[in-house]
Design a protein around this ligand. Structure first.
Ligand code: SAM
Length: 274
């Protein structure tokens, strides 16, 4: 076991560097975090060589997450958030935004990467309304039946199911649609789904090139068409403005140029279960 992360000064946290990059740590590089290895930085560099806007895109993804959680907690009265593929704790996590709006809001972070649990536990040990669970959303029943999920989330009350930046890490043959369907069936009417995904740029080659880099170096990173992404919301009522480039979902700042790759490469939306 080794930890080549010189900046990680928490002695409790030692993670395995087995020379295999992970999505959580590559994303951490994009967000200028400190919890990543050389192998993750290599994937990030290869990705940035194809699409230099990726760091900006990661920030857009975090910004929409904040807007959506704040909106649902303040305007829709949502008190439970199931954050699937939550990633490493970073600046302004879901529980901070939700509990700022409502201190009683409950948040469960779920991620396949055990490094998330290690860091999450250290940060959240004093927060009784927040839990971190290691689980694989490709087995949605295991996520839904996990004792820590059950202890925190009441599935008789509306839940916000967050699939922010995760479904592109589920390959087509792993049937992401079936995962979303299983989750949709498990939550009551009045629940919300928040989904963002890499999106194919019809008019320029970067999105296909990035998909090639990610699939070959990380093993996941499926770029989907807007139609494929919209299908994830089947059976749900999309909130305005629908499935749109992330900065255009209820922006708090004027987007001066909506034509750039940085604005358009990730799209997403929010929908209510009727
Ligand atoms: N949701 C955060 C956000 O949008 O800022 C982090 C997104 S990060 C790009 C994707 C996360 O999904 C990674 O932390 C990765 O470990 C996690 N992930 C990938 N496949 C997963 C799976 N099958 N089950 C659970 N988590 C998964």
């Amino acid at each position: 076991m080794s930890n080549d992360n010189a900046d990680n000064n928490d002695p409790e946290i030692v993670v395995l560097d087995d020379g295999v990059p992970t999505a959580a740590r590559v994303y951490d590089v994009m967000l200028d975090g400190k919890d990543n290895y050389a192998i993750d930085r290599q994937v990030a560099e290869a990705s940035l060589a194809v699409m230099p806007e990726l760091k900006e895109i990661a920030l857009h993804n975090r910004a929409i997450l904040h807007r959506v959680v704040r909106y649902l907690a303040t305007e829709e009265g949502i008190t439970q958030f199931l954050d699937l593929g939550s990633g490493l704790p970073t600046v302004r996590n879901t529980h901070e935004v939700a509990q700022e709006a409502n201190p009683e809001a409950r948040v469960v972070y779920v991620d396949i990467d055990p490094i998330v649990l290690a860091h999450g536990r250290a940060i959240l040990q004093d927060n009784e309304n927040t839990a971190v669970v290691t689980a694989d959303i490709r087995k949605p029943r295991e996520v839904l039946d996990h004792p820590e999920v059950r202890a925190m989330i009441d599935f008789d009350k509306p839940v916000c199911v967050m699939l922010c930046g995760i479904l592109h890490h589920i390959l087509d043959e792993e049937d992401p649609q079936a995962i979303v369907t299983a989750l949709r069936e498990a939550v009551p009417s009045g629940s919300f789904f928040f989904i963002t995904n890499f999106t194919r740029l019809g008019d320029s080659p970067e999105s296909e090139e990035l998909e090639r880099v990610l699939l070959s170096q990380l093993g996941t990173g499926r770029v989907r068409t807007p139609e494929e992404l919209t299908r994830f919301f089947d059976g749900l009522e999309l909130l305005s403005p629908g499935v749109v480039p992330l900065p255009l979902w209820r922006p708090e700042e004027i987007v001066t140029d909506a034509t750039t790759v940085g604005v358009r490469f990730m799209t997403g939306g929010v929908a209510r279960k009727p």
